[in-house]
Ligand binder design. Structure first.
Ligand code: ZN
Length: 202
């Protein structure tokens, strides 16, 4: 059955970005080998992004979560330990999501409102648990597979095809190719009159 809050084809929320904007998103952080440099590049170029954080990483690196929040980046829920949620019993799904909400709320002063399931693996049950936790599931439109050894120049090339309103999947788990690519990605977006903004809270 169609869920009226989601686009039928992609399952992503029907939220709309302001025209001339798109949404860069970074999954799996925070990580000391990538978060500080990603944040510096975004701030220097005047762009914002959404960071889908894993609760275990957030607990390990609370100062990085606070730095992202202070800089105006959106902080969102990417589960505690990055499992494939549809494989888990619902009690474990709830624990992954609620535990992460709690640590992010403690670090930023407010609970997150957006959620991305690891691997994009979801189900109506997972979406319902997330909704009960006050979270809207958010997938993506553009995926340069930056986690998979994609060279920086190729990441830049894939992002050159991103359109206004797109949500772009990138990673913040210490991947140096993403760190290297980001300044060029942002310069190219700016050159096209496009700005990355933080996804709006729902
Ligand atoms: Zn992930």
């Amino acid at each position: 059955m169609a869920d009226p809050g989601f686009a039928a084809a992609t399952g992503r929320p029907l939220s709309t970005a302001p025209s001339g904007t798109l949404a860069l998103t970074f999954d799996d952080g925070p990580h000391p080998d990538s978060t500080p440099e990603l944040l510096d590049a975004l701030t220097a170029a005047g762009h914002r992004a959404t960071f889908f954080l894993c609760g275990a990483q957030a607990e390990r690196h609370p100062e990085l979560v606070r730095a992202l929040d202070r800089a105006g980046m959106a902080i969102a829920n990417h589960t505690w330990s990055h499992p494939a949620l549809p494989d888990l019993p619902l009690t474990a799904v709830r624990d992954e999501i609620h535990r992460t909400n709690r640590v992010l709320a403690k670090l930023t002063g407010r609970p997150p409102t957006l959620f991305r399931p690891p691997y994009g693996a979801t189900s109506p049950e997972v979406r319902r648990v997330a909704a009960d936790a006050g979270l809207t599931e958010t997938l993506w439109d553009v995926d340069p597979r930056d986690w998979d050894g994609t060279e920086p120049a190729e990441i830049v090339a894939v992002l050159a095809a991103a359109r206004p309103g797109d949500t772009v999947l990138l990673h913040d788990h210490g991947n140096r190719n993403t760190v290297t690519a980001l300044p060029a990605v942002l310069a190219a977006l700016t050159g096209r009159g496009l700005r990355s903004t933080a996804l709006p809270r729902h």
